[in-house]
Write a protein that binds this ligand. Structure first.
Ligand code: NAD
Ligand code: IPM
Ligand code: MN
Length: 341
């Protein structure tokens, strides 16, 4: 039986993960869950962010289900870098997979876009780029203060993410991959990405390709998101673009993701795109659909496509029956999906 580590985390993380657990349990009973109380509370209590012993234990699991980490009471970056990004890096989760579709019943803020018309997936490189943490601060707290934040890009790292994007596109009806970067300005890293993209594209003559600068892609995601099938991009561009993709497909409360190590040598993390949402935490109004759909990605990753489909279909029915503008109640949505899936 699969062993799942659960890091519910902070804020609405705990609320949405409780619902994701309910739904996964309903469609795939018998998983063995271990809960890890990592996040702001543990940090305040013990000063610990991610003890080595816990890192070792997490590695022994088949997958990790994560809510969100980060809290206004903790300096920015302590938990985000020390916990979430550390896991993504140490477990070499180089495919940060972020699907976005406009579900029937969901209204896009974009006029004239009909359900079904947006169905894209972003393959965000997950282990490199500006997230690498390279750089530093000199002359801190003086008028001469200088900070550098370097983007780390390897041919190996870009190519494996691009390869994954092409493999996905080859299995989708439209068979198209868009590379998004900023090759007109970031000539060093952009050149590396463009060369890696051209090399992999040559192996896939059946897949259509296009390139866009990230500023144009941000615009097209709002003016014409229908044009995208698979988008491959670097870590920071992917972070930003996937919040936009979520916003145009019904909101961040519906956006699922997987931080995936496709080799399966190390566990992957399944987590909503959204954060801990301190502004609505504790109110029982966070939409658990993003976490529940992340659970479906987890099930698929573990080879249980049938259970994943049951979750996805139940979510489709749930969204189709929602009253536009009404605030979902977290536990009610979870209960409904657990009994309908
Ligand atoms: P956020 O995603 O937490 O919130 C942005 C806005 O979206 C808020 O108004 C929030 O109420 C709303 N929102 C988010 N999820 C929702 C849901 N399920 N249902 C309804 N509304 C929802 O982003 P933020 O405010 O920039 O970040 C808050 C904290 O979360 C920060 O500490 C940040 O670092 C952290 N964060 C963590 C993760 C993660 O752990 N994966 C992801 C993003 C942000
Ligand atoms: C996300 C989040 C994280 C990221 C933060 C919390 C480190 O915004 O998962 O999108 O930037 O990747
Ligand atoms: Mn983000």
């Amino acid at each position: 039986m699969a062993r799942i580590a659960v890091i519910a985390g902070d804020g609405i993380g705990t609320e949405v993960i409780a619902e994701a657990r309910k739904v996964i349990d309903a469609v795939a009973p018998g998983f063995e869950y271990t809960e890890y109380d990592l996040g702001a509370a543990r940090y305040h209590r013990t000063g610990e962010v991610l003890p080595d012993s816990v890192l070792g234990e997490l590695e022994g699991h088949d997958a990790i289900l994560l809510g969100a980490v980060g809290d206004p009471s903790v300096p920015p970056g302590v938990l985000e870098r020390g916990l979430l990004l550390k896991l993504r890096f140490v477990f070499d989760q180089y495919v940060n997979l972020r699907p976005s579709r406009l579900w029937p019943g969901t209204t896009s803020p974009l006029a004239g876009v009909k359900p079904g018309e947006i169905d894209l997936v972003v393959v965000r490189e997950g282990t490199e780029g500006l997230y690498a943490g390279a750089g530093g601060v000199l002359h801190r707290d003086t008028p001469a203060e200088v900070a550098t934040e370097e983007s780390l890009n390897t041919r190996h790292g870009a190519e494996r993410a691009i390869r994954d994007a092409f493999a996905r596109a080859a299995k989708r009806p439209r068979r198209k991959v868009t590379l998004v970067h900023k090759t007109n300005v970031l000539t060093h890293a952009g050149g590396l990405w463009a060369r890696a993209f051209a090399a992999v594209a040559a192996e896939h003559p059946d897949v259509e390709t296009e390139y866009q600068h990230v500023d144009a892609a941000a615009m097209f995601l709002v003016t014409n998101p229908q044009r995208y099938d698979v988008v491959v991009t670097d870590n920071l561009f992917g972070d930003i673009l996937t919040d936009i993709a979520a916003a145009v497909t019904g909101g961040i409360g519906l956006a699922a993701s997987g931080s995936i190590n496709p080799t399966r040598e190390k566990p992957s993390i399944f987590e909503p795109v959204h954060g801990s949402a301190p502004d609505i935490a504790g109110k029982g109004v966070a939409d658990p659909v993003a976490a529940i759909l992340s659970g479906a990605l987890l099930l698929e990753h573990l080879g249980n496509g049938e259970a994943a489909n049951r979750v996805t279909e139940a979510v489709a029915a749930e969204l189709a029956s929602r009253t536009p503008g009404a605030t979902p109640r977290t536990a009610e949505v979870g209960d409904r999906l657990a009994s309908n899936a």
